[in-house]
Ligand binder design. Structure first.
Ligand SMILES: [Fe+2]
Ligand SMILES: [Fe+2]
Length: 147
């Protein structure tokens, strides 16, 4: 059972965005699979740091696009991103302090609830808006390097 099984709830109906989100989810699961059954604290920290970095990079790209096009929902969207990162940071702090964190019981459901909600609402609105405006994420970032 993957840490974060892909769910229809994650789909927002734009193939390129769904694909990008799926890659993120697959990556989290692959990294998690590579942890042994009873990983050492350093391995768990390494895993958490890596998923934090990948999720952070995904969010940073979206925020860059939102800033660049002066998207009115930027603050609320960014706040939502920060909530998930805070949740991951909290788990990292506890792991670092030597507290046992059951990743399957705690991180998995947290990611699932968060992704399920965020993709279907804020990301759906953002990406449908971009689609309406004919804005493609990759070319937008290329054309607005300083956003
Ligand atoms: Fe996203
Ligand atoms: Fe987002």
């Amino acid at each position: 059972m993957p840490l974060l099984p892909w769910s229809e709830k994650f789909e927002l109906g734009i193939p390129s965005v769904d694909h990008e989100h799926r890659e993120l989810v697959d990556l989290i699961n692959d990294l998690h699979d590579r942890l042994g059954r009873t990983p050492a604290k350093e391995e768990v920290m390494g895993f958490l740091e890596e998923i934090n970095a990948r999720i952070h990079a995904h969010f940073a790209l979206e925020e860059k696009v939102m800033r660049g096009m002066r998207y009115t929902e930027l603050d609320a969207h960014k706040h939502d991103h920060e909530e998930l990162l805070d949740g991951i940071h909290d788990i990292m702090d506890r792991t670092e302090a030597g507290d046992f964190v059951d990743l399957e019981a705690e991180l998995g459901p947290q990611l699932k609830a968060w992704f399920g909600n965020h993709f279907a609402t804020k990301d759906a609105r953002l990406h449908h808006f971009m689609e309406e405006q004919g804005i493609d994420e990759e070319s937008f970032v290329r054309e607005h390097p300083d956003a």
